[in-house]
Write a protein that binds this ligand. Structure first.
Ligand code: GLY
Length: 553
């Protein structure tokens, strides 16, 4: 039987067992929490565009998805307008002016836990600024109307089983009195279906609705926030808040097998990561082995290993460090990296160092994907970093703070909370943005919108988003199957291939026999994807690893 016949049989096997994506004719939202999805769809149905919906979803998640939805964090928004115009809003947190390179080292030079927990772990939040700039430049509905769903949800929404358990089990929230009071009711934990009421957060949202982002960066909220920071030994000052700016950047673009990829530039390491790895895969023939085969997993994992070695060395905030973007995407460089992959044998990460790309010619996060009826699309990923961020809820203001400072190399060469080893380029400097893995991505086919995708998941965002794209483009899966399929992850250091449940024991044995150290992992990111079908319908895949919802009309 010919190879192409074998491959089409393999694809047929996939489609025979296909899960059904959610389908919509005109517009769709896929987000990690159902109330937030519903808020976005209502905005779209009432004539709002994708940016309007993104603002409503972003603020709603800040109420209903406290592990990651936020006012006190930051993120990235990738927009493609139906006209083809694209832009990238970087509202990533910035290191406060008082931050110093060694601020998380004790007097023996060892890492403390201060980058993870408590007031000193927070970077200057960008979410309110980023959403407001997006609205000001690209929105169409009144600002206050877009905050109304979040304000209503803050008056009380029924917690699900999983939110109830997550709040109850959080040892981090229990450490900080205001967080314990609001989210754990001082030990009288919320049962499923009980209303979680957040009056302080509701009042903060009302002020932002009335006065705009000035309230958060200069007004009453800013002043209270800065005063609490100072009283609790944190570093963020009123000046830091006043100085916060969203950076509007040019998205990174590339091509893979006839598709145009529009994705996140630095300070994300994600867009560069998926393009670099796709460059290695494109002519490798890895797809011939079939989705989920040991040979395909091995090859993709080896490509991941090499990219993460480069990531550790070269990636950082481009406003502070010259990132060799075009070098890492240079065809000869990619070919040279590819030539070091043995299709039959795992490399050892100790033997893989960062390459020498040519100089430039020149825990918990959340994601949602939106397409509106005009064909505008938004991929937005934002985060507090760890689950519930640094654990601190600002007294009187009701919002949790990020621990994004842990995404810097607090001690270059030592792993952070994701086990990522990072280098000098990503060391702490005042005003700098920590390197991110967030990978909001939009894909075109023949110049037309084809896919909107992204994910939370720390260092595994890049590999998670990559695999869902490969499942769609290389293996012909529908949006839901592509998201459901088990995933794997390799990040160079630590030198292990991490597998979700769902790979067969034989496959795992074959990977071990190739020399991989294999371990199991609960999830590789939580991907939220929309694919535009050939007939023009939208199909949404929400990740079953989480509790999201795809909906549209
Ligand atoms: N905080 C996770 C990331 O930005 O990569």
């Amino acid at each position: 039987m010919s190879r192409s016949r074998l491959l089409s049989l393999a694809l047929l096997a996939c489609t025979l067992h296909a899960a059904h994506p959610v389908r919509a004719r005109k517009a769709m939202v896929v987000a990690q929490e159902p109330h937030a999805t519903d808020a976005g769809v209502a905005v779209l149905q009432s004539g709002g565009n994708a940016i309007d919906a993104a603002v409503a979803v972003g603020f709603a998640l800040a109420v209903t998805h406290p592990t990651a939805g936020n006012l006190g964090g930051g993120g990235f928004l990738l927009l493609r307008k139906s006209t083809g115009e694209t832009t990238f809003l970087d509202f990533r947190e910035r290191a406060p002016a008082k931050a110093t390179r060694n601020m998380y080292l004790d007097d023996k030079g060892n890492l403390t836990r201060d980058s993870l927990e408590g007031w000193r772990a927070a970077g200057v939040p960008g979410t309110v600024h980023g959403l407001a700039l997006a609205h000001q430049k690209y929105g169409s509905k009144p600002w206050a109307e877009l905050l109304a769903p979040a304000i209503k949800l803050a008056k009380g929404f029924p917690v699900t089983y999983s939110v109830s358990k997550s709040l109850q089990n959080s040892e981090l929230l229990a450490k900080f009195p205001e967080s314990r009071r609001i989210f754990q009711r001082n030990g009288r934990f919320y049962e499923p279906d009980e209303l979680l009421i957040q009056p302080e957060l509701g009042r903060t949202l009302e002020r932002i609705a009335k006065h705009g982002p000035r309230d958060f960066y200069e007004g009453e909220t800013a002043k209270k926030f800065a005063a609490e920071m100072a009283a609790n030994g944190g570093l963020i000052t009123l000046e830091d808040l006043k100085n916060y700016r969203t950076a509007e950047r040019k998205p990174l673009t590339g091509a893979y097998r006839g598709y145009d990829i529009i994705t996140a530039p630095p300070p994300s390491s994600g867009g560069l990561g998926i393009l670099h790895i796709m460059g290695i895969l494109e002519s490798s023939g890895y797809t011939a082995h079939g989705a989920g085969s040991a040979a395909a997993i091995h090859y993709v994992a080896e490509a991941m290993r090499r990219y993460y070695a480069d990531r550790a060395e070269y990636l950082a905030d481009p406003d502070f460090v010259k990132v060799p973007v075009s070098g890492l995407l240079n065809k000869q460089y990619i070919a040279a990296r590819k030539a070091t992959i043995d299709p039959a044998r795992a490399s050892s990460s100790d033997s893989i160092r960062q390459g020498k790309p040519p100089a430039n010619e020149s825990t918990e996060t959340t994601h949602f994907s939106i397409i509106d009826a005009q064909g505008n699309s938004v991929a937005l990923t934002y985060t507090l970093n760890g689950s519930y961020g640094n654990g601190v809820t600002v007294p009187g203001l009701g919002f949790l703070l990020n621990n994004e400072m842990d995404d810097f190399s607090a001690k270059p060469g030592e792993p952070n909370m994701f086990g990522l080893v990072q280098g000098e380029a990503n060391a702490i400097q005042p005003g700098k943005r920590p390197l991110s893995s967030m990978t909001p991505t939009i894909i075109l086919k023949d110049g037309k919108l084809f896919m909107v995708v992204g994910a939370p998941g720390g260092s595994r965002i890049i590999t998670g988003v990559l695999q869902v794209i490969l499942n769609v483009i290389d293996f012909g899966m529908n949006a839901q199957d592509a998201v459901d399929a088990p995933r794997f992850h390799h990040q160079w250091q630590p030198d292990k291939l991490s597998l979700e449940r769902g790979f067969s024991p034989d496959t795992i044995e074959l990977l071990k026999s190739r020399g991989h150290t294999v371990d199991s992992i609960s999830s590789v990111a939580n991907v939220e994807a929309i694919v535009v079908q050939k007939d023009g319908w939208l199909s949404g895949g929400t990740d079953p690893r989480s509790h999201g919802k795809a909906a549209g009309y």
